[in-house]
Write a protein that binds this ligand. Structure first.
Ligand SMILES: O=C[C@H](O)[C@H](O)COP(=O)(O)O
Ligand SMILES: C=C(OP(=O)(O)O)C(=O)O
Ligand SMILES: [Mn+2]
Length: 444
């Protein structure tokens, strides 16, 4: 399968793109990017696609999470470790409490570009281009920072490379060993109810591990973890430059990440994002919001996966807690009736965003849980498989979403509100979510 040129893709028309003032500067950055080594190996993408096929068949569950917007400044050992450990902790809870294999995917090592509702932002009478993620411009509210700068594509490539390098070291070098699960959360177990619950589960797992060791069973799966990277494939310059022909299969792969998704704002059937992602062999996701009809979803599937390769397409619904029970049943029924087999995943974040009176963009933990419950209820009623969870979270103790066990209020948000785009679940809220989802998965 061939790939259209970058110019041809732009000619098709792409929403939510940067506007680079200097084309020579842009071309120089893209040419440099084209020479850079892949960030992931195509064979790893195939392995993840096979795992997503297992999700679609109802044999595994996807856990996908990380920042709404990664930042260049956030590429530190501490930040990366914190995100990894909360995802690993959640995965252990889900695997142990529900006895289901969990496919682990980070929104990281590439999640640097944001689609926005508005092209501009106005503060005290001054209007500047909106912040579109560190891949495009800077967050500071100055004309210099908000300029769309193609050099940032290279900065993001290097930041993603450093992040992935550390993730690979952690997941294969001992940190992700199941025997370390206490160490991941020692600092927070003491003062949180969900931490205590996690620790009790850890003690049970330790006993099971000791038993296995005693009988001479010590599978490699206990010591290392398969962990994959993902991001929204938004900026055509970046994704096109990192799309390469795999020498084994002669097929194109977007080697900027293992799993790429198309956002709610860029899923036009005749648009450039759908065109590019229809050509690559990676597993891909499509976000579906409340305005997507079943016919839209079926047409997207046919275009993205005409050969019906298992595991290639995942539908990530983000309807909002108040709509999922009305909209999801019809969508699943019609898609299934068309003979389309996809992994169904819930994003309980993006349909539940609101602004507080004191001016913070937030989400209520209860609404997030309610959307997840709706997702499970609908699948149970239809006899289909609730395939996974796509969430915005961080391993840090931020205060961005209200509610949860520690009952964060709107007034608490000012304490540690650090996201540059959407509000994330903090570590305690993420673990609480994992325990609740484990209960829903095991049907209790
Ligand atoms: O992450 C998703 C979108 O980029 C985000 O929700 C858009 O936010 P905005 O409405 O503040 O532009
Ligand atoms: C932009 C995002 O979501 P959506 O496309 O669903 O709005 C996101 O996942 O950050
Ligand atoms: Mn977001």
């Amino acid at each position: 399968m061939s790939i259209p040129s970058l110019d041809d893709l732009h000619a098709i028309g792409a929403a939510q793109q940067p506007t680079y003032a200097d084309q020579v500067e842009r071309d120089r950055a893209v040419d440099t990017l084209r020479k850079m080594p892949p960030l992931v190996f195509a064979g790893e993408c195939d392995a993840l696609r096979d795992k997503m096929a297992a999700v679609a068949r109802g044999e595994a569950f996807l856990l996908q999470g990380g920042d709404c917007a990664e930042t260049l400044e956030g590429v530190t050992a501490e930040n990366t470790r914190n995100k990894l450990r909360v995802l690993l902790s959640m995965a252990v809870v889900l695997t142990y409490a529900a006895s289901v294999p969990v496919v682990k995917v980070g929104r990281l090592a590439g999640q640097f570009a944001k689609p926005r509702s508005s092209d501009t932002e106005t503060r005290e009478g001054v209007t500047l281009p909106a912040y579109r993620g560190d891949a495009v411009n800077g967050f500071d509210f100055t004309p210099e920072a908000r300029r769309h700068d193609p050099q940032r594509l290279l900065d993001v490539y290097h930041a993603s490379s450093a992040t992935l390098n550390l993730i690979r070291a952690f997941t294969t070098g001992g940190y992700a060993d199941l025997r370390q699960m206490h160490v991941w959360n020692t600092d927070f177990v003491r003062n949180s109810p969900v931490g205590e619950r996690y620790e009790r589960m850890g003690a049970e797992i330790d006993r099971a591990l000791a038993f296995m060791e005693a009988i001479g069973a010590d599978p490699a799966e206990l010591h290392t973890v398969d962990f994959y990277s993902s991001h929204e494939a938004l900026i055509l310059e970046y994704e096109h430059a990192l799309t390469r022909i795999d020498s084994r299969t002669q097929l194109p792969y977007d080697v900027s990440g293992h799993f790429l998704w198309i956002g709610e704002r860029t899923r036009q059937l005749d648009g450039a994002h759908v065109e590019l992602l229809s050509r690559i062999a990676n597993p891909i996701g499509v976000k579906l919001g409340p305005t997507s009809t079943p016919d839209d979803a079926i047409a997207l599937y046919e275009k993205l996966n005409p050969e019906r390769i298992p595991g290639k397409v995942t539908f990530v619904t983000r309807f909002g807690a108040d709509k999922i029970r009305d909209l999801l049943p019809h969508l699943i029924e019609k898609v299934s009736a068309a003979g389309v087999e996809v992994a169904w995943v819930t994003d309980p974040m993006h349909g539940n965003t609101f602004a507080t009176e004191n001016g913070y963009k937030t989400r209520d933990f209860d609404a997030v849980i309610d959307e997840v419950r709706g997702f499970f209820e609908v699948h149970r009623a239809l006899g289909t498989w609730p395939g996974g969870l796509h969430v915005e979270l961080t391993g840090d103790d931020v205060t961005e979403c209200v509610g949860g066990g520690s009952r964060l209020s709107a007034a608490d948000l000012a304490h540690r509100y650090e996201t540059l785009c959407d509000p994330r679940l903090n570590r305690a809220q993420s673990l609480e979510l994992a325990f609740l989802v484990a209960e829903m998965l095991s049907g209790r």
